[in-house]
Design a protein around this ligand. Structure first.
Ligand code: SF4
Length: 414
């Protein structure tokens, strides 16, 4: 029998304790402080930076040795000329907990080796089937479980014509990737819908745009059909660490998500898979997510970093916003761990000041969602983003242009 309490409530108390139990070292203290940054006690002063722990259990020599090891891990990671898939948890942790300015600087260095740092991919996301989803993702307005509280009206699958019209508008405004999201658990028994979605994909590709869909879990055959229709990328987020995941979703497992990613990869479709920050997870959970994606057989072509947008009526509707430093730290660590991947600032960008976005671009983010809406939440508009690009000397990435910059070519791009 399934207990129907919102799973996130069950995790809250142990979230802060887990890192200490697991590590018992200066790393444990760093984790605990970092976790405290995410979920501060009401009225508490800001905690110190995670890279400057106060500790009593280890000697200064042991601490100095740990710091030396962490610096060596970072140095070697930054010097790498090709993506690695054999990261240990200790290495991910050592990179993640670097002093933030150093981490951002080193991530920017890696970014310049693998990408043109002036280019940012513009994607537009359309909700092609709204609400009525049987899953219980605690952050999502589209789950039927929270419909009473959110008041979201479910809608059937949009027509092919209306979707292609929206894609045309997105293209006219400069977007090069068009993402189509449907609120479904999976694609079982949805033959007609799949046929229409394949038409949408072909239509988007015929406009010269990259096509991405997110439809829930899919099997090998469905992945193959989507590939044949011309699908560029399939989005299926892991959301968070394996350990924290059951606190957020109970209706499908982490392994089921990984299985879908495997079907997508095997079909030759680019994998887009990322996380959501601000769910109540600790820094250790962010490290767990990064470790999982950075050790997949191939890195996701795209890693979206979402900041939770709390929606009233969902179990996470009252959560406080994630600190910007946690967002920047996650983006910078992801850039070093997955140097060739496109890192996408996804949900939550609407409330980020422009200077914060610029810091993210400097530290390795190179894609955004732009347009009118992101599924059920507000999105920065095309004009607003074009003006920002002008101020910061950024330019839109062209379709299918994800070409790494030549090694050593930091400033001299044509
Ligand atoms: S996130 Fe996706 S799978 Fe989860 S409830 Fe929302 S629409 Fe359904």
């Amino acid at each position: 029998m399934r207990v129907s309490l919102p799973p996130v409530l069950l995790r809250a108390a142990r979230a802060q304790l887990a890192p200490v139990a697991r590590l018992g070292s200066s790393e444990a203290r760093m984790s605990t402080i970092a976790a405290g940054q995410t979920v501060p006690s009401p009225g508490a002063p800001p905690p110190p930076a995670p890279q400057q722990p106060h500790h009593q259990a280890t000697t200064p020599q042991q601490d100095a040795e740990r710091q030396r090891r962490a610096r060596r891990i970072l140095r070697e990671a930054v010097a790498a000329t090709a993506p690695r898939h054999d990261w240990t948890r200790e290495e991910v942790s050592a990179i993640f907990y670097q002093p933030l300015m150093e981490l951002a600087f080193q991530a920017a260095t890696v970014h310049r080796r693998f990408h043109n740092p002036a280019e940012v991919q513009l994607c537009t996301l359309m909700n092609i089937k709204t609400g009525g989803c049987t899953e219980d993702c605690s952050y999502c307005a589209q789950s039927t479980r929270y419909q009473k509280g959110t008041g979201l009206q479910a809608k059937r699958l949009e027509t092919v014509e209306s979707v292609l019209e929206a894609a045309r508008i997105a293209k006219e405004n400069g977007s090069t990737r068009f993402c189509m999201g449907a609120a479904w658990r999976d694609m079982r028994g949805r033959k007609n819908s799949l046929r229409n979605i394949k038409e949408m994909i072909s239509g988007v590709r015929a406009m010269g745009m990259e096509a991405c869909v997110t439809l829930g879990m899919i099997d090998e055959e469905q992945a193959r059909e989507l590939k044949e229709a011309g699908l560029t990328a399939y989005n299926h987020n892991l959301d968070t660490s394996r350990e924290f995941y059951p606190s957020i979703i109970s209706t499908r497992t982490y392994d089921e998500r990984l299985k879908t990613l495997g079907h997508v990869r095997d079909a030759g479709i680019n994998v887009c898979s990322g996380g959501i920050l601000g769910l109540g997870e600790t820094s250790e959970d962010r490290i767990g997510l990064l470790h999982t994606v950075a050790t997949l057989p191939s890195h996701p072509e795209s890693f979206p970093v979402n900041a939770l947008v709390p929606i009233k009526g969902t179990p996470l509707g009252d959560r406080k916003p994630i600190e910007f430093t946690s967002m920047l730290r996650t983006i910078a660590a992801a850039r070093i761990l997955m140097p060739a991947t496109i890192i996408r600032i996804a949900a939550g960008r609407k409330t980020m000041p422009e200077e914060q976005q610029a810091l993210c671009f400097m530290a390795g983010a190179n894609a955004i969602f732009t347009g009118e809406k992101m599924l059920t939440t507000e999105c920065n508009g095309w004009d607003e983003d074009a003006a920002m690009f002008g101020r910061w000397g950024l330019e839109p990435m062209k379709s299918f242009q994800k070409s790494p910059a030549p090694a050593g070519d930091v400033a001299g791009r044509e």
